[in-house]
Write a protein that binds this ligand. Structure first.
Ligand code: GDP
Length: 332
């Protein structure tokens, strides 16, 4: 007998349906998994540069960010030694692993930056360093063995701005303008615990304004897709509005409200590094590690390195043409 209640659609026959589906299923839906497995096996690498005047808390912040002591054997110079100090570049590499995912993290530091009496062009050695890494990569890429290229290109530069000035200093402007076409610059407002929330707000506004006024091109967070959910869009906007990230670093663990946290203990209270009401540390860490690490690498490869490469090829071509025009024609 016909069932009551109208037509219910085709009766489900599990075996047959799955077989049909299998017929249409080639299997490329597993591609993401294949890529995933392969890249996890290979491991990831990331190179982060920190720059800014010494004493602004760069090493403390890096240690807080990656929970490692990257500066065990650092030698601090005295005032006399710093007078004629030239900028040197140091590199620390650590292998960190989390849930089976390996990350080779390289921190490039620029001790001596802004320390000497005369700091004109002290950004130059930093710019040269970045160019050298591009040059090395370009050579390796055009060479015979392209399989095991060691990639030392700098993916991001955290530039520390002093909380004690009125916005940017001339050296800050010079540095960022000299490097903005070479590396992703993320400005940082250092030692935010020395400022009140209102002061932080004002300083951030002033710095953002100056960045625009001087035509400095800092790292631009990519726009989020229009089909993302509202929560995500709001977080993304908050991230964009936080520039420059006001951070606090600490290498000590203190007790706050019965919990042990990374923080700084003052006679009047505790500032917690990972408390988003106290500073933007968590926002910065999430941006660097959880949400934008791949984008920073992509922009380095697709924009900064590509610019360098195009430049190189252009000047090489120009040289060849010049050489050809100079030589007298042997035949004809
Ligand atoms: P670097 O020379 O830029 O690497 O600076 P350091 O990390 O060596 O820090 C210089 C001094 O500033 C040390 O005494 C730190 O304890 C202190 N310091 C680091 N981060 C902060 C911070 O966020 N707030 C405050 N008030 N002091 C900090």
């Amino acid at each position: 007998a016909a069932p009551h209640g109208g037509w219910q659609g085709p009766v489900r026959q599990p075996g047959r349906r799955e077989a049909d589906q299998d017929k249409d299923y080639v299997g490329f839906a597993t591609l993401p998994n294949q890529v995933h497995r392969k890249s996890v096996k290979k491991g990831f690498d990331f190179t982060l540069m920190v720059a800014g005047e010494s004493g602004l808390g760069k090493s403390t912040l890096v240690n807080s960010l990656f929970l490692t002591d990257l500066y065990k054997d650092r030698k601090l110079l005295n005032a006399e030694e710093r007078i004629t100090q030239t900028v040197e570049i140091t590199k620390h590499t650590v292998d960190i692993e989390e849930k089976g995912v390996k990350l080779k993290l390289t921190i490039v530091d620029t001790p001596g930056f802004g320390d000497a009496v005369n700091n004109t062009e002290c950004w130059k050695s930093v710019a040269d360093y970045i160019d050298q890494q591009f040059e090395q990569y370009f050579r390796d890429e055009s060479g015979l063995n392209r399989k095991n290229i060691q990639d030392n290109r700098v993916h991001c530069c955290l530039y520390f701005i002093s909380p004690f000035g009125h916005g940017l200093r001339p050296l800050d402007v010079e540095f960022m303008k000299a490097l903005h076409e070479k590396v992703n610059i993320v400005p940082i407002l250092a030692k935010a615990d020395t400022l009140t929330p209102t002061e932080v707000k004002k300083k951030k506004f002033k710095i953002r304004e100056e960045i625009q006024q001087y035509g400095i091109k800092i790292y631009q967070f990519p726009d989020c897709d229009s089909d993302e959910d509202e929560d995500f869009k709001q977080q993304d906007q908050e991230l964009k509005d936080s520039i420059p990230f006001a951070v606090i670093g600490s290498n000590t663990v203190v007790e706050a409200k019965g919990k042990r946290v990374r923080g700084r203990l003052y006679p009047w209270g505790i500032v917690e590094v990972e408390n988003s009401a106290h500073c933007d540390f968590v926002k910065l860490r999430n941006m660097l590690v959880r949400t934008h690490m791949q984008d920073l690498k992509d922009v380095t490869r697709e924009t900064h390195y590509e610019n360098y490469r195009a430049h190189c090829i252009q000047s090489m071509t120009r040289m060849v043409v010049k050489e050809r025009n100079r030589k007298p024609r042997s035949r004809g």
